[in-house]
Design a protein around this ligand. Structure first.
Ligand SMILES: Cc1cc2nc3c(=O)[nH]c(=O)nc-3n(C[C@H](O)[C@H](O)[C@H](O)COP(=O)(O)OP(=O)(O)OC[C@H]3O[C@@H](n4cnc5c(N)ncnc54)[C@H](O)[C@@H]3O)c2cc1C
Ligand code: FES
Length: 346
C-alpha cells in the first residue's frame, strides 16, 4: 500500500492526509476541502500554490499553467501534484466560503432526453438525472465517455430550478472522443454518468458589484446558468453580456437571452462578431474581437465582477485586459475550456 503523508495548508490552517498515488486536489475534494481549481488537468493554473516545505512531484501538466522557472521557485499545480513527504503548502487563492462549505461531489446516472444542434458546430445536450444533481450557477460536471473510464468536463446551462433536468452546450470537434459522439452515436434514451459539481467560477451570494460576462462559443452555457440564477433570485445587479462569435450565423438562443434580460437590471447583450457583422440587423452587434470590444465599452472594469468562459485564447486575452485594467483578482472568475488532448506536456 502507498505511503500516506500529512498536508498542511497555509494560511487557512487546515490539515489532511494523502497517499502517494493520490493527487492532492482529488484527495482534498474527497475530504470535503474545496481548494481553488479550474480544469483539474494541469492546464489553467487556477490551483497554482506554493510549497513552503516538503517533497512534491507533478504528473504531466502544461508549462503554460506553471513554467519551469516557477517550478524551480517552488510553485506547484495541486491538481497534478503527489506528495512524497509531509508538506506545508501555501494557498495563493482560496474562497473562504467554499473551502469547507462547497457542495459535496456526487456521481449520478442520467438519461439523454434530447440532442439538438443550435449552430453549425454547437449542440444542446439535455439530460434527466436519476436524482437531483446539486450545483451552483457557473459550475461544471464531468461526463464519463461511454465504455471508458475517461471523462470530459461540461458546464451546466441550467440552474437548481430544474435539478434533475440539465442542459449542456457542447462544441463538436472532428474526431473528439466525446463531442463527436453527438453526431449520431449518442441517442435519446442512452445512459451517461455525471460527477461533480466542480469549478470555482460560480456566482457568489451576497455580492453586489455589476456583473460583466464575457463568453465565446459553448462558453454561453455557464453564463446562461448565471443569468438564470440572477433572474430567479430577483437580483438587482446590473448585467452586461459580451458574446464572441465569428458571424451572425454562429449566434444562438437570442430569444431566450432577450427574455432573460427583460427581467434583469440594466441588461445589455452585445454580440461581438470577429469576422463580419453582416446579417446582425436588429441586434446590438459590433464587429471585432470580443476583448477589444469589452476594452472599448467598459472603462470601469475594476468596479465590476467579471465572468469569463470559453476557448483558452479568448480567456487568456481577457485576463490580460483585466490585469491591465487593475481589476482585483478576487473580482475575476474564469473557466478555460481546455481539453486533455491539447496538453503540451512536461
Ligand atoms: C472546466 C471546463 C469546462 C468545460 N465546459 C465545456 C462546455 O460547457 N462546453 C464545451 O463544448 N466544452 C467544454 N469544455 C471542454 C470539454 O471538456 C472537452 O475538452 C471538449 O469538448 C473536447 O473533448 P472531446 O472529447 O470532444 O475532444 P478530444 O478527444 O479531447 O480532442 C480531439 C481533438 O479536438 C481538438 N480540440 C479539443 N478541444 C480543443 C480546444 N479547446 N481547442 C482547440 N482544439 C481542441 C483537438 O484537435 C483535439 O486533438 C470544458 C472544459 C473544462 C476544463
Ligand atoms: S485546476 Fe490545476 S491547472 Fe487547472
Amino acid at each position: 500500500m502507498a505511503d500516506t503523508h500529512r498536508i498542511r495548508f497555509e494560511p487557512v490552517d487546515i490539515e489532511m492526509d494523502v497517499t502517494e498515488d493520490d493527487k492532492i486536489l482529488d484527495a482534498a475534494f474527497r475530504q470535503g476541502i474545496h481548494l481553488m481549481h479550474g480544469c483539474r488537468e494541469g492546464q489553467c493554473s487556477a490551483c497554482k500554490s506554493y510549497v513552503l516545505d516538503g517533497d512534491l512531484q507533478m504528473e504531466r501538466y502544461s508549462t503554460f499553467a506553471c513554467n519551469d522557472a516557477e517550478v524551480a521557485e517552488g510553485y506547484v499545480l495541486l491538481c497534478r501534484a503527489h506528495a512524497f513527504s509531509d508538506c506545508t503548502i501555501e494557498l495563493l487563492n482560496f474562497d473562504e466560503d467554499e473551502l469547507l462549505g462547497g457542495i459535496p461531489i456526487q456521481t449520478v446516472g442520467a438519461r439523454v432526453e434530447a440532442i439538438d444542434p443550435v449552430t453549425r458546430d454547437i449542440v444542446s445536450l439535455r439530460l434527466r438525472t436519476e436524482r437531483p444533481f446539486e450545483f451552483r450557477p457557473g459550475q461544471y460536471a464531468d461526463i464519463t465517455i461511454p465504455g471508458t473510464d475517461e471523462h470530459r468536463s461540461f458546464s451546466m446551462a441550467t440552474t437548481q430550478s430544474t435539478p434533475d433536468e440539465i442542459e449542456f452546450l457542447i462544441k463538436k470537434y472532428p474526431g473528439g472522443r466525446f463531442s463527436a459522439l453527438l453526431d449520431g452515436e449518442l441517442v435519446v434514451g442512452d445512459e451517461l454518468s455525471l460527477t461533480g459539481p466542480y469549478g470555482s467560477s460560480t456566482l457568489k451570494d451576497g455580492h453586489v458589484l455589476p456583473v460583466i460576462c464575457v463568453a465565446g462559443g459553448a462558453g454561453m452555457a455557464p453564463i446562461l446558468s448565471i443569468l438564470r440564477h440572477l433572474r430567479e433570485t430577483g437580483s438587482t445587479r446590473p448585467v452586461r453580456f459580451y458574446y464572441g462569435a465569428r458571424t451572425a450565423a454562429d449566434l444562438f438562443y437570442l430569444d431566450a437571452i432577450e427574455e432573460l434580460g427583460a427581467d434583469l437590471t440594466g441588461f445589455e447583450f452585445i454580440a461581438c462578431l470577429s469576422e463580419s457583422a453582416q446579417g446582425s440587423d436588429g441586434l446590438r452587434a459590433e464587429e471585432g474581437n470580443v476583448t477589444d470590444i469589452v476594452e472599448r465599452r467598459e472603462p470601469e472594469l475594476h468596479r465590476s465582477e467579471v465572468y469569463l468562459c470559453g476557448p483558452p485564447p479568448m480567456v487568456d486575452a481577457a485576463l490580460t485586459l483585466l490585469e491591465a485594467s487593475n481589476v482585483p483578482k478576487d473580482q475575476v472568475f474564469y473557466d478555460k475550456f481546455t481539453s486533455p488532448a491539447t496538453t503540451d506536456g512536461a
